[in-house]
Design a protein around this ligand. Structure first.
Ligand code: SAM
Length: 323
């Protein structure tokens, strides 16, 4: 299991890059970029080195934490997975590559693709003098560059597919899957629209022979009926500088995300998944689980001490293996 906090090497590199930048200027730029995203715009709002830095300082901790949570879920189901090569699509400042490098000591080759010049330059700067320095960063349109990129054991597209329209997303998923030797991870913001995008891609790739590793314990249609939808949350620490940048008061942040991890071979085991924070009352604990047989509300009364203790430990997003 890796920590949701940025690795020390990356924190140092970010602090080094931020040195001399006015915190107020960075906060204003980060707020304006976030507003563009909220208004349905994309990363085109990130034009200069300062924009890229402001974006990375504001968002990298949270997207890193979300990818780290997804990689932990993958590792739980397939503890023996040891990818040698990574392809990071829509890599931006290299967030997912950092999380994958932390999760998998086996990784030797890092291939990144992104269209944004300022973010790709920042990724290279952050990686300087680290294990990621050997990364190959291809700058340009992912759909075009994917055709010539080498296949990789692990392919990740983190917070990227929301910047593609429906037709391009389908083509992108097809190309990304073709470049996947073993496992493909797609992470999106935890919104109803993000859930729908992940659901469509999941359906498309299962039809092409993919199997779900996580979060779903099956390859069937999602059993949730609207208005219910699936997402997860990851708590991460917030530094003082980050609190200032986001005008936030709490020393932590909760990042909401949705993901799907797909693999070529059926996984050896598929745990059930906790779909919300379990409910605790004076007499019992109850958890909403996605199981191989659909949605189940399972729990234990306080008087059943062994079962109660087991359910009491569960958190939103956890895997539940059969006893
Ligand atoms: C929100 S950022 C996410 C960055 C990083 N993956 C993360 O999780 O922090 C989305 C990235 O996708 C890139 N992107 C979006 N559409 C793209 C495309 N068609 N081709 C290449 N890059 C693209 C953007 O330039 C941007 O860097």
């Amino acid at each position: 299991m890796i920590s949701p906090a940025l690795p020390a090497e990356l924190t140092i590199a970010l602090d080094r890059a931020l040195h001399g930048l006015s915190r107020n200027d960075a906060a204003a730029r980060a707020a304006s970029i976030s507003q563009t995203y909220r208004d349905g715009g994309g990363s085109q709002a990130i034009r200069s080195a300062t924009d890229a830095l402001a974006y990375a300082a504001a968002r990298m901790p949270a997207t890193y934490a979300a990818v780290a949570a997804c990689l932990n879920a993958l590792n739980e189901v397939r503890p023996d997975f040891a990818p040698q090569t990574l392809l990071d699509l829509g890599a931006g400042p290299g967030t997912a590559s950092w999380a994958a490098a932390t999760a998998f000591a086996s990784l030797r080759g890092f291939e990144l693709i992104d269209a944004n010049a300022a973010l790709s330059a920042l990724a290279l700067e952050l990686a300087r003098d680290t294990r990621l320095a050997a990364m190959r960063y291809r700058r340009g349109e992912a759909l075009a560059l994917l055709a010539e990129a080498p296949a990789a054991d692990l392919v990740i597209a983190s917070y990227m597919i929301n910047e593609l329209n429906d037709a391009r997303r389908e083509k992108f998923a097809d190309l990304a899957w073709r470049k996947t030797n073993d496992t493909l991870l797609i992470v999106e913001p935890g919104t109803p629209a993000g859930y729908q995008r992940v659901l469509a891609l999941r359906r498309q790739l299962i039809a092409q022979g993919a199997h779900v590793i996580a979060p779903c314990p099956h390859d069937d249609e999602c059993p949730l009926a609207a208005p219910d939808w699936c997402h997860f949350t990851q708590r991460l620490p917030r530094s003082r500088a980050h609190q200032h940048l986001k005008a936030a008061e709490l020393p932590y942040e909760d990042e909401k995300f949705i993901y799907v991890t797909l693999t070529r071979a059926p996984p050896p085991q598929r745990p059930s998944r906790v779909l919300a924070q379990p409910e605790l009352t004076k007499i019992a604990v109850t958890a909403k689980l996605c199981t191989a047989h659909g949605i189940v509300r399972a729990g234990a009364p306080r008087r059943d001490k062994p079962h109660y203790a087991r359910f009491r430990k569960l958190s939103w997003g956890d895997a539940v293996f059969d006893e």
